[in-house]
Design a protein around this ligand. Structure first.
Ligand code: FES
Ligand code: FES
Length: 225
């Protein structure tokens, strides 16, 4: 146990884990990653993922003053099926908690201002921009990041569709795109190309992989029906 929570590795191990996770990105295991790299050999792509539409309003750090700045708060979260009891600085965003404290670096920090969707995660099944919400606001919530989508070695159908239909180039936006797309299907907002584009508009892709992203989402939708 360390000061961050009861099941976390020590700092040195955390750093090594962070590096490893940076490489693993969305897959959740080294073996799955190896298989993925085989599948995309030649593309040079690494996976990442981005956010969206249903943002929770942010709370400005300036609003938290006085003693609260010096006191951590205790929160319990279920992240990717695992229970965490954590002491968190109340100014910490959910994205920073995931990336900096828990080394779940699949969720990306693009703009850090709710504009790009790279940080999209699912909170109680709802997609949010994790850079716009404070971790302490989520006591008791269930959070799913890109690392939690695969079922062991088996990719989530949306991940498979992105791989098979080249729904990414550099991959930086991809974790957020995939998390967002998973929620999109559950929201029943993928009934046409236009609807997919509209409801995925909170997830930007600087590589312009939009046509293949739409194709991947349609493929995942077809497989789920
Ligand atoms: Fe959160 Fe850009 S990093 S929306
Ligand atoms: Fe490069 Fe989307 S694949 S930013």
């Amino acid at each position: 146990m360390n000061s961050s929570g009861d099941e976390l590795p020590d700092d040195e191990t955390s750093l090594r884990s962070a590096n490893a996770l940076d490489e693993i990105l969305i897959f959740g295991s080294h073996e799955t990653r190896r298989r993925f790299l085989k599948q995309v050999a030649g593309t040079g792509a690494a996976f990442a993922i981005g956010p969206t539409l249903l943002s929770i309003p942010s709370i400005a750090a300036e609003q938290i003053t006085g003693d609260a700045l010096n006191e951590s708060m205790h929160v319990k979260l279920k992240i990717n099926g695992r229970d965490y009891a954590l002491d968190v600085d109340p100014r910490t965003t959910l994205l920073d908690l995931l990336r900096e404290q828990l080394q779940l670096t699949g969720s990306k920090k693009g703009c850090d201002h709710g504009q790009c969707g790279a940080c999209t995660v699912l909170v109680n099944g709802r997609r949010i921009n994790s850079c716009l919400t404070l971790a302490v606001m989520h006591d008791g919530d269930e959070i799913t990041t890109i690392e939690g989508l695969a079922n062991g070695e088996e990719l989530h159908p949306m991940q498979s569709a992105f791989v098979e239909l080249d729904g990414f180039q550099c991959g930086y936006c991809t974790p957020g795109q995939i998390c967002s797309a998973v929620a999109l299907l559950k929201e029943n907002h993928a009934n046409s190309d236009d609807e997919i584009r509209e409801w995925m508009s909170g997830n930007l892709c600087r590589c312009g992989a939009y046509p293949n992203i739409v194709a991947a989402i349609k493929e995942a939708r077809a497989r789920s029906t």
